[in-house]
Write a protein that binds this ligand. Structure first.
Ligand code: SAM
Length: 193
């Protein structure tokens, strides 16, 4: 049996990426404040954030998708251990090729950073009318503002993609985006009237 604290400790010990404390608190508050009932999460990891979302209230339903089979299996175990299988549905697959028919009050983008524009463009059609798309890791550990802090070519490429995503959000004609200096950088995008 792994409770939420044990899942977090496990993630730390085994270097499994999970959302930062300030960021998850921010999103849980958003869920509370805007009475969010349905969440779609791209990037389950081992289920930590999905469990936190579902724990906000017992009328919240989370759909979450993970590409990595080992993480998926671990997430299934963690969600089972927390008796949340009836409210959290986990899918195994690539979020870029999956199709969800439903609309969601909140879409949380937390999968491959290089694909954020593609995720946004694909999943904006799954957003309920007054919903929001929240994206995490826009600072990418402070490197987005300090691109010279790394010489690693794939990291530099990733930083460029995140910067491109930020510009995409700023220039978007359909959505208004507010950026928050919380955790590793969060954005909240809502449809313009
Ligand atoms: N949201 C999780 C949490 O805070 O507990 C952490 C997710 S972790 C930062 C990102 C996850 O996205 C990884 O487990 C990775 O395998 C998954 N991922 C990356 N690309 C993906 C894709 N195209 N489709 C689905 N999952 C993907």
């Amino acid at each position: 049996m792994k409770n939420i604290t044990e899942i977090k400790e496990y993630a730390k010990e085994y270097s499994v990426p999970i959302i930062m404390d300030d960021s998850i608190d921010f999103i849980c508050n958003y869920i509370r404040e805007y009475n969010v009932q349905t969440v779609l999460e791209l990037g389950t990891g081992i289920g930590y954030s999905a469990i936190r979302f579902a724990n906000v209230r017992d009328d919240i339903f989370v759909s979450t998708i993970e590409i990595d089979i080992e993480r998926y299996q671990q997430a299934v175990r963690n969600i089972n251990d927390n008796q949340l299988m009836s409210r959290i549905t986990i899918y195994l697959g690539n979020a870029l090729s999956y199709t969800f028919k439903e609309k969601f009050d909140l879409i949380f983008i937390d999968a491959a950073k290089s694909q954020y524009i593609n995720f946004f463009e694909k999943y904006k059609n799954n957003l309920a009318e007054n919903g929001a798309i929240i994206s995490d890791n826009l600072f990418f550990h402070g490197m987005v503002d300090n691109p010279n802090s790394t010489q690693n070519y794939s990291t530099i490429k990733l930083i460029r993609k995140i910067r491109k995503y930020i510009t995409f959000l700023k220039e978007n004609k359909e959505f208004e985006t507010i950026f928050y200096s919380i955790g590793d950088g969060i954005s909240v995008s809502t449809l313009l009237p």
